[in-house]
Design a protein around this ligand. Structure first.
Ligand code: NDP
Ligand code: A1CAB
Length: 284
């Protein structure tokens, strides 16, 4: 097991992505709950729920909020892109350059964040996904030049506690959003359709769901364990003139693969748009 971290971490934004990471940190004992705090905009009930569930610190009064942010060694920005402008402007005066800033916000570049803060800070821009909740996340990281070696290790350890970590150039983070940030939703979408197909053919919803879940799990693990390409594994399922070929021909007639590729591309493009809405000077 990795050496536990001794830093204090404050999550700014206490939604699903923050909870996924908090849970991983605690489950893997990378950080003790006492070193973790979370603040949000207004939803006190949500903070109480997280505090009850994980034993983390939450502000007891408005003034506590600023103190938790100021005292943290690591501040994780985990609000929606649309809320980031207002949140980050009010945050600038609380941040100092001994802190590491980790952003999970889709689309917003490290340059744009620094512009919003009005100062140069060590920033790790990340793109995780919600499978981090169960330790099976896929996260890409990139670093601003102010990030020290030690801070890189903190960031890598934090996201390694909830899944796999890939270091990428910042120019590729939006592509990661298209593949694995939004990716779980594509798979759920396919699963919904498989379950519905099964129900239409007479299976109970429970049986259709169980069979679908095991099929998706098994297919992903087959790729991982055998190391074979998905295309090759698909070929092995597809007997000439058989049932799978018949199914895939129908799916191809609906251009399913093309639809997914275009969806991945559109997600990445949308990340760029979200960033531009906050940083009109961005020229991509
Ligand atoms: N969900 C996902 O699959 C992924 C999300 N991301 C990124 O993670 C970020 C968060 O997403 P997600 O967890 O889904 O969002 P949620 O809507 O679940 O949570 C957002 C949180 O941000 C808080 N918030 C809003 N404004 C402020 C503010 N001014 N100060 C402090 N907190 C604030 C909200 O508080 P309140 O409820 O009080 O308003 C809420 O707790 C997004 O930027 C998204 O791009 C990245 C990868 C995957
Ligand atoms: O949909 C979104 O904007 C966020 C970013 C990646 C996954 N969810």
């Amino acid at each position: 097991m990795k050496q536990p971290l001794t830093q204090k971490i404050c999550f700014l934004g206490a939604g699903s992505m923050a909870e996924a990471i908090i849970r991983g940190l605690i489950d893997t004992k990378l950080l003790e709950p006492i070193r973790i705090s979370a603040v949000n905009r207004s939803n006190a009930k949500r903070l109480q729920e997280l505090s009850r569930r994980y034993g983390i610190t939450i502000p007891q009064a408005e003034a506590d909020k600023d103190r938790l942010i100021r005292d943290a060694d690591i501040v994780v920005l985990a609000m929606k892109p649309k809320d980031a402008g207002a949140a980050l402007a009010s945050l600038a005066s609380l941040l100092h350059n001994e802190q590491l800033i980790i952003s999970v916000i889709a689309g917003i570049s490290t340059d744009a964040l620094m512009k919003m803060f009005g100062k140069e800070l060590p920033i790790v821009r990340t793109m995780p996904n919600t499978s981090s909740t169960i330790g099976l996340g896929a996260t890409a990281l990139c670093f601003s030049k102010q990030v020290s070696e030690e801070q890189r290790r903190w960031a890598e350890a934090i996201f390694a506690s909830v899944g796999i970590v890939k270091i990428v150039d910042e120019s590729l983070i939006d592509a990661v959003t298209g593949v694995s940030g939004s990716g779980p939703a594509y798979i759920y979408y396919v699963m919904e359709a498989m379950i519905e197909g099964g129900i239409q053919l007479g299976l109970t919803p429970e049986t259709a769901k169980e069979l679908t879940v095991q099929t998706v799990l098994g297919a992903a693990r087959m790729v991982q364990i055998t190391g074979e390409d998905p295309a090759e594994l698909r070929r092995k399922v597809t007997s000439p003139g058989g049932t799978t070929q018949a199914a895939l021909e129908v799916m191809a007639s609906y251009r399913l693969q093309e639809a997914i590729i275009q969806g991945v591309r559109r997600s990445a493009e949308r990340a760029v748009e979200l960033g531009q809405q906050l940083d009109p000077s961005r020229d991509q």
